[in-house]
Design a protein around this ligand. Sequence first.
Ligand code: F6P
Length: 547
Amino acid sequence: MQLTELPTWQALKQHFEEISGLHMRDLFAADSERFARFSLQLDDLLLDYSKNRITDETLALLQDLARERDVTGWRDRMFAGETINVSEQRAVLHIALRNRSGQPIRVGGEDVMPGVREVLAQMRDFVGSVRSGEWRGFAGDEITDVVNIGIGGSHLGPEMVCEALRPYGHARIGVHFVSNVDGTDIREVLRRVQPESVLFVVASKTFTTQETLTNAHTAREWLLDYYGDEKAVARHFVAVSTNAEAVHDFGIDTANMFAFWDWVGGRYSLWSAIGLPIALYIGMDAFEDLLAGAHQMDEHFRSAPPEQNMPMILALLGVWYINFFGAETQAILPYDQYLHRFPAYFQQGDMESNGKHVDREGRIVSWKTGPVVWGEPGTNGQHAFYQLIHQGTRLIPCDFIAPAVSHNPVGTHHDILLSNFLAQPEALMRGRTLDEVRAELRGQGLDEDEVERLAPHKVMQGNRPSNALLLRQITPHSLGLLIALYEHKIFVQGVIWGIDSFDQWGVELGKQLAKVILPELEGDAPVDSHDASTNGLIAYYKRLRAG
Ligand code: F6P
């Protein structure tokens, strides 16, 4: 039966009609226990989901839907290493990369854990020698800068985590990220590093990605221009890939390669050797704390009852807004400057996973799937786009995330930050009624005409949903918890929608067409093999380029 034909879907539609007019203000007024009932805690991570347009019945119906879609069955299949990435015929086992239980995890009968442990040990050796200064550049210098060359899943995770965990970074070692094929990206980074003390990490699951290989070749030429000796490459380049042959062809000794496996999706790979820049920066012990945090969330996801299961709750709330309220987007708003790349990371995590229009069997779906995910750190976003969230015509579910303890306790900064973290969801939920606005304006001494002129502009409807995630401090462990929470949320939503969350065919066509166009850009000859628009743009580009 199609998703939208299921009895629970129909019941949810009916329920939506009944409760969409309810205001959260009234729900809070009627129930002093609402926070206690609609919040969950795991370790020191608190999820408050009470400021959502839900009742007990909503949650019960959403849980019925999860049962009908067999979310727990699919979850168990993922943990058991079954081929749940159906279009690519692969298992999905990022959970194995952070499995601290000592239990085997098998793919096709073979335990993957010895391989995982082996690569972790290889990483530990290498990370130790670079950080201690034992590993030297070709001219005998200690490494001071790590440059990760990779894109998408081979970039966003390591970058986000390195930024988030800056307070744990090595005093001598800086990390840099080159992803864009725009020559500006690599040029700007090469300006900031020295050939004697740089270590390039070429990170690519496939080792065929045009952007990454182009940047890696440019970095290699830059290094060889300086040294004039091929042997320098071995001291300044390592690779992270599943493709040993392509790494070898590039000229990197496979002894300097860190492997991972096809059952690790690119956007779920920071837990693998793709996390090497993270480990080089924060150390292997801290990297393993990150894994342990994620493992704790995995265990929670695997064993907590659905009603107390954080990823399930977050996922079901998302489904409620996307499929019943028609929400198109999801905002992620961290109140922590170190988390400034967290929204961008989950923009890929969510949109590449659940941006699908066919179900696992290849049939076009008639329901909305993954949302547009976006966000910026608070309080900056407040002075930029929150206006639309508060008073615009769209419903935008928001996740607010904050640590209670800052790594930089400066005066009253953190209380000011947190007062905003607390005030925004409150304002979104409560809003401000016409009567309240009028009273305020009269209190300011405005005459009645002025009050009536101004009042409608200042009304805030409220009833705008949000979740608040509050934890003690951003540490490797708590960050691991947080990332895994969102990963599993995405998984649950994919199961509800019946899609394959682990392929990404949508990015292929653009790649293929770019390969066709690239040789056509050589020389001045006119190009007429495309549609009129593309031909016209190529011609105009060539004209501008010629000067
Ligand atoms: O273009 C999408 C994508 O395939 C992502 O899924 C992936 O993370 C990225 O490209 C980079 O791929 P690779 O690690 O193979 O270079």
